[in-house]
Design a protein around this ligand. Structure first.
Ligand SMILES: Nc1ncnc2c1ncn2[C@@H]1O[C@H](COP(=O)(O)OP(=O)(O)O)[C@@H](O)[C@H]1O
Ligand SMILES: [Mg+2]
Length: 251
Protein backbone atom coordinates (compact mmCIF):
# COMPACT_ATOMS: atom_id res chain seq x y z
CA UNK A 1 0.00 0.00 0.00
CA UNK A 2 1.45 3.35 -1.07
CA UNK A 3 1.74 6.12 1.48
CA UNK A 4 -1.17 8.58 1.61
CA UNK A 5 -0.33 12.10 0.60
CA UNK A 6 -3.79 13.69 0.62
CA UNK A 7 -6.55 12.67 2.99
CA UNK A 8 -9.91 14.46 2.82
CA UNK A 9 -12.60 13.97 5.44
CA UNK A 10 -16.18 15.22 4.97
CA UNK A 11 -15.16 18.36 3.05
CA UNK A 12 -17.94 20.92 2.57
CA UNK A 13 -17.69 24.32 0.92
CA UNK A 14 -20.41 26.94 0.95
CA UNK A 15 -19.92 30.13 -1.10
CA UNK A 16 -20.76 33.52 0.37
CA UNK A 17 -24.08 33.54 -1.50
CA UNK A 18 -25.05 30.31 0.26
CA UNK A 19 -24.41 28.02 -2.73
CA UNK A 20 -23.10 24.63 -1.64
CA UNK A 21 -20.08 24.05 -3.94
CA UNK A 22 -18.71 20.88 -2.30
CA UNK A 23 -20.97 18.47 -0.46
CA UNK A 24 -19.39 16.15 2.07
CA UNK A 25 -16.48 14.78 0.04
CA UNK A 26 -14.20 12.17 1.62
CA UNK A 27 -11.36 10.51 -0.25
CA UNK A 28 -7.64 9.93 -0.11
CA UNK A 29 -4.86 10.02 -2.66
CA UNK A 30 -1.63 8.04 -2.41
CA UNK A 31 1.83 9.10 -3.49
CA UNK A 32 2.47 8.55 -7.17
CA UNK A 33 -1.17 8.31 -8.26
CA UNK A 34 -2.30 9.85 -11.56
CA UNK A 35 -5.83 11.03 -10.89
CA UNK A 36 -8.37 12.61 -13.23
CA UNK A 37 -11.04 14.71 -11.58
CA UNK A 38 -13.75 14.72 -14.22
CA UNK A 39 -17.11 16.43 -14.42
CA UNK A 40 -19.04 18.79 -16.64
CA UNK A 41 -18.73 22.57 -16.21
CA UNK A 42 -19.95 23.72 -12.82
CA UNK A 43 -19.63 20.30 -11.15
CA UNK A 44 -17.23 21.67 -8.50
CA UNK A 45 -13.80 20.61 -9.82
CA UNK A 46 -12.06 23.98 -9.48
CA UNK A 47 -13.60 24.57 -6.06
CA UNK A 48 -12.35 21.15 -4.94
CA UNK A 49 -8.82 21.73 -6.30
CA UNK A 50 -8.53 25.08 -4.55
CA UNK A 51 -8.97 23.30 -1.23
CA UNK A 52 -5.98 21.04 -1.90
CA UNK A 53 -3.49 23.85 -1.32
CA UNK A 54 -5.53 26.03 0.98
CA UNK A 55 -6.66 28.70 -1.49
CA UNK A 56 -10.13 27.94 -0.16
CA UNK A 57 -10.73 26.62 3.34
CA UNK A 58 -13.50 24.17 4.31
CA UNK A 59 -16.48 25.41 6.27
CA UNK A 60 -16.62 21.91 7.66
CA UNK A 61 -14.44 18.87 7.21
CA UNK A 62 -10.69 18.64 7.13
CA UNK A 63 -7.92 18.02 4.59
CA UNK A 64 -4.57 16.53 5.54
CA UNK A 65 -1.56 16.87 3.27
CA UNK A 66 1.33 14.64 4.36
CA UNK A 67 -0.48 14.25 7.68
CA UNK A 68 -0.81 18.01 8.34
CA UNK A 69 -4.13 19.85 8.52
CA UNK A 70 -4.08 22.22 5.53
CA UNK A 71 -5.92 25.02 7.34
CA UNK A 72 -3.18 25.09 10.01
CA UNK A 73 -0.15 24.53 7.75
CA UNK A 74 -0.71 26.71 4.69
CA UNK A 75 2.94 27.36 3.84
CA UNK A 76 3.94 23.72 4.23
CA UNK A 77 0.92 22.65 2.16
CA UNK A 78 1.74 25.03 -0.67
CA UNK A 79 5.29 23.68 -0.81
CA UNK A 80 3.92 20.15 -1.16
CA UNK A 81 1.01 20.84 -3.52
CA UNK A 82 1.76 22.98 -6.59
CA UNK A 83 -1.18 24.28 -8.58
CA UNK A 84 -1.14 25.05 -12.30
CA UNK A 85 -4.21 27.23 -12.77
CA UNK A 86 -6.58 27.18 -15.69
CA UNK A 87 -5.07 29.35 -18.47
CA UNK A 88 -2.09 30.00 -16.17
CA UNK A 89 -0.15 31.20 -19.23
CA UNK A 90 -2.32 34.32 -19.43
CA UNK A 91 -0.97 35.37 -16.02
CA UNK A 92 2.69 35.49 -17.08
CA UNK A 93 4.59 38.42 -15.51
CA UNK A 94 8.31 37.89 -16.28
CA UNK A 95 10.19 39.73 -19.08
CA UNK A 96 12.02 36.56 -20.08
CA UNK A 97 11.30 32.85 -19.85
CA UNK A 98 14.06 32.53 -17.24
CA UNK A 99 12.71 35.38 -15.07
CA UNK A 100 9.21 33.98 -15.29
CA UNK A 101 10.33 30.55 -14.08
CA UNK A 102 12.41 32.18 -11.31
CA UNK A 103 9.53 34.33 -9.99
CA UNK A 104 8.33 32.02 -7.18
CA UNK A 105 11.84 31.42 -5.82
CA UNK A 106 12.63 35.15 -5.94
CA UNK A 107 9.51 35.80 -3.87
CA UNK A 108 10.84 33.37 -1.29
CA UNK A 109 14.16 35.32 -1.26
CA UNK A 110 16.13 32.23 -2.24
CA UNK A 111 19.85 32.86 -2.94
CA UNK A 112 20.58 33.90 -6.54
CA UNK A 113 23.00 31.01 -7.15
CA UNK A 114 20.39 28.49 -5.97
CA UNK A 115 17.70 30.14 -8.13
CA UNK A 116 19.92 29.96 -11.20
CA UNK A 117 20.74 26.32 -10.59
CA UNK A 118 17.13 25.24 -10.01
CA UNK A 119 15.61 27.26 -12.87
CA UNK A 120 18.25 25.97 -15.29
CA UNK A 121 17.54 22.38 -14.27
CA UNK A 122 13.75 22.74 -14.60
CA UNK A 123 13.94 24.56 -17.96
CA UNK A 124 16.25 21.82 -19.24
CA UNK A 125 13.92 19.07 -17.97
CA UNK A 126 10.98 20.69 -19.77
CA UNK A 127 13.01 21.36 -22.93
CA UNK A 128 12.58 25.12 -22.55
CA UNK A 129 16.16 26.11 -21.78
CA UNK A 130 16.96 27.18 -25.36
CA UNK A 131 14.15 29.75 -24.98
CA UNK A 132 15.45 31.22 -21.69
CA UNK A 133 16.05 34.75 -23.03
CA UNK A 134 12.81 34.97 -25.05
CA UNK A 135 9.90 37.13 -24.00
CA UNK A 136 7.15 34.77 -22.77
CA UNK A 137 4.65 36.59 -25.02
CA UNK A 138 6.47 35.22 -28.11
CA UNK A 139 6.09 31.56 -27.10
CA UNK A 140 3.64 29.08 -28.62
CA UNK A 141 0.60 28.03 -26.58
CA UNK A 142 2.22 24.74 -25.55
CA UNK A 143 5.49 26.45 -24.59
CA UNK A 144 3.60 29.02 -22.50
CA UNK A 145 1.72 26.31 -20.66
CA UNK A 146 4.99 24.42 -20.06
CA UNK A 147 6.48 27.65 -18.70
CA UNK A 148 3.58 27.89 -16.25
CA UNK A 149 4.42 24.32 -15.18
CA UNK A 150 8.12 25.29 -14.84
CA UNK A 151 7.15 28.13 -12.48
CA UNK A 152 5.53 25.53 -10.21
CA UNK A 153 8.23 22.85 -10.58
CA UNK A 154 11.03 25.12 -9.34
CA UNK A 155 9.30 24.98 -5.95
CA UNK A 156 9.77 21.16 -5.84
CA UNK A 157 6.16 20.17 -5.11
CA UNK A 158 5.44 16.46 -4.56
CA UNK A 159 1.90 16.83 -5.86
CA UNK A 160 1.04 18.83 -8.98
CA UNK A 161 -2.55 19.83 -9.55
CA UNK A 162 -3.67 20.97 -13.01
CA UNK A 163 -6.94 22.75 -13.72
CA UNK A 164 -8.00 22.10 -17.35
CA UNK A 165 -4.36 21.91 -18.58
CA UNK A 166 -5.31 21.36 -22.24
CA UNK A 167 -7.80 24.20 -22.61
CA UNK A 168 -7.20 26.43 -25.64
CA UNK A 169 -4.19 24.42 -26.83
CA UNK A 170 -3.73 23.26 -30.41
CA UNK A 171 -2.61 19.71 -31.26
CA UNK A 172 1.17 20.31 -30.92
CA UNK A 173 0.60 22.26 -27.69
CA UNK A 174 -1.53 19.48 -26.27
CA UNK A 175 1.18 16.92 -27.13
CA UNK A 176 3.87 19.02 -25.40
CA UNK A 177 1.84 19.46 -22.23
CA UNK A 178 0.63 15.85 -22.16
CA UNK A 179 4.20 14.47 -22.51
CA UNK A 180 5.36 16.83 -19.77
CA UNK A 181 2.64 15.65 -17.39
CA UNK A 182 3.34 11.97 -18.16
CA UNK A 183 7.07 12.49 -17.47
CA UNK A 184 6.31 14.25 -14.19
CA UNK A 185 4.27 11.27 -13.04
CA UNK A 186 7.00 8.84 -14.15
CA UNK A 187 9.56 10.81 -12.16
CA UNK A 188 7.48 10.28 -9.02
CA UNK A 189 5.12 13.25 -8.81
CA UNK A 190 1.53 12.69 -7.79
CA UNK A 191 -0.69 14.17 -10.50
CA UNK A 192 -4.26 15.44 -10.18
CA UNK A 193 -5.91 16.82 -13.31
CA UNK A 194 -9.34 18.45 -13.37
CA UNK A 195 -10.97 18.34 -16.78
CA UNK A 196 -14.36 18.22 -18.46
CA UNK A 197 -12.78 16.35 -21.39
CA UNK A 198 -10.90 13.16 -20.49
CA UNK A 199 -10.05 11.90 -24.00
CA UNK A 200 -6.41 13.07 -24.01
CA UNK A 201 -5.36 11.66 -20.66
CA UNK A 202 -7.67 8.87 -19.62
CA UNK A 203 -5.33 6.10 -20.81
CA UNK A 204 -2.53 7.51 -18.62
CA UNK A 205 -4.55 7.83 -15.43
CA UNK A 206 -4.59 5.25 -12.65
CA UNK A 207 -7.86 6.58 -11.24
CA UNK A 208 -10.81 8.70 -12.24
CA UNK A 209 -13.02 10.61 -9.81
CA UNK A 210 -16.29 11.89 -11.27
CA UNK A 211 -17.98 14.92 -9.72
CA UNK A 212 -21.49 16.23 -10.23
CA UNK A 213 -23.16 19.10 -8.39
CA UNK A 214 -20.44 19.19 -5.74
CA UNK A 215 -20.64 15.46 -5.00
CA UNK A 216 -18.21 12.67 -5.80
CA UNK A 217 -20.36 10.28 -7.83
CA UNK A 218 -17.78 7.72 -8.95
CA UNK A 219 -14.21 6.88 -8.00
CA UNK A 220 -12.36 4.01 -9.62
CA UNK A 221 -10.22 2.67 -12.43
CA UNK A 222 -10.61 4.40 -15.79
CA UNK A 223 -11.44 1.19 -17.69
CA UNK A 224 -14.25 0.31 -15.30
CA UNK A 225 -15.85 3.78 -15.38
CA UNK A 226 -15.39 4.65 -19.04
CA UNK A 227 -18.89 3.52 -20.03
CA UNK A 228 -20.50 5.68 -17.33
CA UNK A 229 -18.85 8.95 -18.36
CA UNK A 230 -21.66 10.16 -20.60
CA UNK A 231 -24.28 9.75 -17.89
CA UNK A 232 -22.36 12.52 -16.08
CA UNK A 233 -22.08 14.74 -19.15
CA UNK A 234 -18.46 13.77 -19.95
CA UNK A 235 -17.67 12.60 -23.48
CA UNK A 236 -16.73 8.94 -23.79
CA UNK A 237 -13.42 8.64 -25.71
CA UNK A 238 -13.81 7.65 -29.38
CA UNK A 239 -11.69 4.51 -28.98
CA UNK A 240 -14.08 3.25 -26.32
CA UNK A 241 -17.13 4.08 -28.45
CA UNK A 242 -15.56 2.04 -31.26
CA UNK A 243 -15.13 -0.92 -28.93
CA UNK A 244 -11.34 -0.48 -28.68
CA UNK A 245 -11.26 0.30 -24.97
CA UNK A 246 -8.67 2.77 -23.69
CA UNK A 247 -6.09 3.72 -26.28
CA UNK A 248 -3.13 6.04 -25.62
CA UNK A 249 -3.79 9.40 -27.18
CA UNK A 250 -0.05 9.97 -27.62
CA UNK A 251 1.41 7.41 -30.01
N1 LIG B 1 -17.49 32.58 -5.82
C1 LIG B 1 -18.58 31.83 -6.05
N2 LIG B 1 -19.78 32.16 -5.50
C2 LIG B 1 -20.86 31.36 -5.73
N3 LIG B 1 -20.87 30.27 -6.49
C3 LIG B 1 -19.72 29.93 -7.09
C4 LIG B 1 -18.51 30.68 -6.89
N4 LIG B 1 -17.52 30.07 -7.60
C5 LIG B 1 -18.07 28.99 -8.19
N5 LIG B 1 -19.40 28.92 -7.89
C6 LIG B 1 -20.34 27.88 -8.34
O1 LIG B 1 -19.92 26.62 -7.84
C7 LIG B 1 -20.17 25.61 -8.81
C8 LIG B 1 -18.91 24.87 -9.09
O2 LIG B 1 -17.99 25.71 -9.76
P1 LIG B 1 -16.54 25.22 -10.19
O3 LIG B 1 -15.87 24.61 -9.01
O4 LIG B 1 -15.87 26.36 -10.85
O5 LIG B 1 -16.91 24.07 -11.24
P2 LIG B 1 -16.02 23.40 -12.40
O6 LIG B 1 -14.59 23.74 -12.15
O7 LIG B 1 -16.33 21.95 -12.28
O8 LIG B 1 -16.54 23.96 -13.70
C9 LIG B 1 -20.74 26.32 -10.03
O9 LIG B 1 -22.14 26.18 -9.99
C10 LIG B 1 -20.33 27.75 -9.85
O10 LIG B 1 -21.26 28.64 -10.43
MG1 LIG C 1 -13.22 24.64 -13.38
Amino acid sequence: MQKLIIDINALCHTFSDGYLGIKNVSLSISKGEFVILAGKNGSGKTTFLRHLNGLLLPDSGVIFVNGHDVSKHLIQTRKTVGMVFQDADTQIVGDTVFDEAAFGLENLKVKRSKINEKVTQVLEDLNLFHLKNRSPSTLSGGEKRKLAIAGILVMNPEVIVFDEPFSNLDYPGTIQVLSTIINLNRSGHTIIIATHDVETIISEATRIIIMEEGLVKEDGKPDSLIKYLESYGIKEPCSSKLGLGLQPWLT
